[in-house]
Design a binder for this molecule. Structure first.
Ligand code: ZN
Length: 455
């Protein structure tokens, strides 16, 4: 049994001082209150560790390599797309596992407790299935076990190269399945996850309205159980135009008209929605899965957070392309995008909660919902996904309550204040450092030296 003493803890009833949180041997929170035994850990600030709701782990290996322009100045995706396909001609299961272990470790060190991995790299080069159809899913589970992160695996159904149903070509073939083979792969992936840790879960992810047709979407949703459903939606203007020309409606409009979207759903990006779509999505109870650092990096656009949260919409954050892993910078970037667009300050704050508090509460709640995970609050019975922060530094030394969260997110410090992280009770980050950091980084560096990155 572990006992954590926190000078301040953010509980469902607000900030509490001198809290002792007891974790049971199964990884759940067993008690909140004074204990006779001495604490096994002491932290200044204890927060629920949010779930990172959107990641493509293998793309971490591309970070920083796709910032150059190609021959056509209008084609700003040139370097990103070229390198992505170059990687897809090379990546082996061993390499994917090593990259995923690194990115999962970095997420934990950044204060995330779990991840929803939107996993679409299923097959060998050329689209040839591995003898074990769920080989790559098993590698993601192995990487999660190595890092100790909580996992919701989202096997992705990806069938077409666009709304015109053109076949996949090049590197995309590694993603592809028809609905029948996808469902076999999904069943095997569910089996692999069941052999992982007790807190691991599975959902399903139709990639987007471009990569899946309406029949395929209906097919897999009918068969894929009751876990979370994630889908990319309304990320770029070209995507909205393509969906409109084939389905006769904008992506968000079409989805809400044709499906009973509810709190089981998580729609990723939503950076290209009208005011009416934003308000309509907010009312469904679905989570908007925002990835502000990747959306900034790719120039996707600005999510309408003020309207959406004003209508009570649920949201969470993810790191998507994993260009940079920082929970606190994701939250800051979301808020700053609203301020820059509206020429405002404290755009997402409410009367009774500061901006940092609103953002953190939303990410903790929305992340847990999107991952189908019993977490997101420091509450008896939930998984002990917790982040402990140090206040012996220039950022937090005299900060209390909401001001501490605001200082973490806006005042700097952020990740460098993260001292301890528990994922379902697994105490994987101590003194700001992951327990397996050296081995995981060493494996990753070996893979980086193997990969051809010259585009
Ligand atoms: Zn994505």
């Amino acid at each position: 049994m572990q006992i954590i003493h926190a000078k301040q803890a953010l509980t469902p009833t607000g900030w509490q001082s001198d809290v002792e949180v007891t974790l049971d041997a199964g990884g759940r929170i067993a008690g909140l209150g004074p204990q006779l035994r001495a604490p096994t850990s002491r932290v200044a600030l204890l927060l629920p560790a949010p779930l990172n709701l959107h990641s493509h782990a293998f793309q971490r290996a591309m970070a920083g390599l796709t910032e150059a322009r190609g021959p056509d100045p209008k084609d700003s995706f040139w370097s990103w797309r070229r390198l992505m396909y170059k990687f897809l001609d090379q990546l082996s299961p061993d390499q994917v596992e090593a990259i995923a272990a690194l990115v999962f470790m970095e997420m934990l060190e950044a204060g995330y407790g779990a991840v929803a991995e939107f996993h679409y790299l299923h097959h060998d080069v050329g689209g040839v299935p591995y003898r074990n159809l769920a080989e790559m899913s098993e590698r993601i589970v192995s990487a999660a076990l190595t890092s100790g992160i909580g996992l919701t695996l989202l096997p992705v159904h990806y069938q077409f190269g666009g709304c015109d149903l053109r076949p996949l070509n090049g590197g995309q073939q590694r993603f592809g399945n028809d609905p029948d083979r996808f469902m076999r792969l999904h069943t095997d992936a569910v089996g692999a996850v069941a052999l992982g840790a007790g807190d691991y879960a599975t959902g399903v992810a139709p990639h987007s309205l471009r990569a899946v047709n309406p029949e395929g979407l209906a097919d897999i949703l009918g068969q894929a159980g009751s876990g979370p459903v994630h889908m990319h939606l309304a990320e770029q203007v070209a995507e909205v135009d393509e969906v409109f020309s084939h389905l006769g409606a904008r992506p968000t409009e079409w989805l809400l008209d044709n499906y009973a979207v509810d709190d089981r759903w998580c729609l990723i990006h939503c950076t290209q929605m009208t005011e009416a779509e934003t308000a309509a999505l907010a009312k469904t109870g679905a989570v908007a899965g925002l990835c502000p650092l990747t959306e900034s990096n790719l120039g996707d656009g600005i999510f309408n957070g003020t309207t959406y949260m004003g209508q009570g919409g649920a949201l969470g954050v993810g790191s998507d392309s994993n260009v940079h892993i920082s929970l606190f910078e994701e939250l800051k970037t979301l808020e700053y995008s609203q301020r820059l667009r509206d020429l405002s300050r404290a755009a997402l704050a409410t009367k009774d909660r500061s901006t940092g508090r609103v953002l953190f509460d939303a990410a903790a709640k929305g992340g847990a919902q999107a991952g189908g995970r019993d977490s997101g609050r420091i509450e008896v019975g939930l998984w002990a996904d917790l982040v402990g922060l140090d206040d012996d530094n220039q950022w937090l030394c005299n900060r209390q309550g909401d001001a501490a969260l605001d200082s973490l997110i806006f005042g700097g410090g952020g990740k460098s204040c993260v001292r301890d992280v528990w994922s379902a009770g697994r105490h994987v980050v101590k003194e700001g450092r992951h327990s397996r950091r050296d081995a995981i980084v060493s494996n990753f560096k070996t893979v980086m030296r193997q990969l051809e990155t010259n585009i």
